[in-house]
Write a protein that binds this ligand. Sequence first.
Ligand code: ATP
Ligand code: MG
Ligand code: FE
Length: 344
Amino acid sequence: MKVLGIETSCDETGVAVYDTALSGVQALRAHAVYSQIALHAEYGGVVPELASRDHVRKLLPLIRQTLAEAGLSTRELDGVAYTAGPGLVGALLVGAGVARALAWALELPAIGVHHMEGHLLAPLMEDDPPQAPFVALLVSGGHTQLVAVEEIGRYRLLGETLDDAAGEAFDKTAKLMGLPYPGGPQLAKLAEAGTPGAFKFSRPMTDRPGLDFSFSGLKTQVLLAWRDSDQGETTRADIARGFEDAVVDTLAIKCQRALDAAGSDVLVVAGGVGANKRLRAKLQDMAQRRGGRVCFPRPALCTDNGAMIAFAGALRLQAGQHDDAQVKVTPRWDMAQLSPVAPA
Ligand code: ATP
Ligand code: MG
Ligand code: FE
């Protein structure tokens, strides 16, 4: 089954074709992402109306480009998957509208995909994918969650952030040290040159039981350290390193706890912060010590993309699921409400 995936929940237009007849990394026939970062940079954050309009401009050309790269015509598709939520309502409606129109014109089944299920399943597109049950760490710009994956489609929330998401903390911390938007990846780059231990920040909420997170206090600690420093390049790198180590340690400690609580040794990590090199190394190390494994998507599939939507949609379409022919999105959507993907 060849499924076209469309992602427009926020500020990335993502399109992909996933072919279930092929295996491993071959199955992703083509994927392309157009990022709106430059468009929103001067505002220091995503402007919803500009995001919607840019999706309108970019989506059809990106679909044509992706199909051409896959060597497929629209007639050869078997289904369409699109992000139906959570996300910005106007942005979601662009993707849902185009997906629905295509599905109607081509007489194909179409399905609305939960964006976070897309992120969560992205590691399963890699070779030698893990089998449920496992524990998932979702670390993105809007979410930080630990989820028990009992089977594909059945998700139980173990813990989540009480304030900022991990990616949001990276972005806000970068901003307060003067890095341009969105600063997360740049802060991580800067941290590479920093001296570990030169600045030591706390590991929030690790001194008590539980699987919830809180990252907003860390941002304040950085603000104070930065304010009282010489604000030089070396200091900035040292603070970045101290901040990154604090976030990475905190995430690793809670992942370990979540694996213990779930009685599992398989951890799946997804979302933009999953691209962070130090997080990847730390969790690899932890998994090795436990005799378990940790699975990541390749870095390009950690941040928003159409591939994860094509893949998650393909699993459900293959199981015979699809949605009614109406343009409907769900800007706020709890993952625990999803239904299991019945075996094909
Ligand atoms: P959500 O999926 O929760 O709706 P989102 O789609 O905006 O949020 P993603 O695209 O998954 O989030 O990830 C973007 C986030 O990942 C940003 O906050 C960005 O700073 C962060 N990020 C990306 N690369 C890195 C990195 N190497 N280190 C740390 N953070 C990173
Ligand atoms: Mg984004
Ligand atoms: Fe995302």
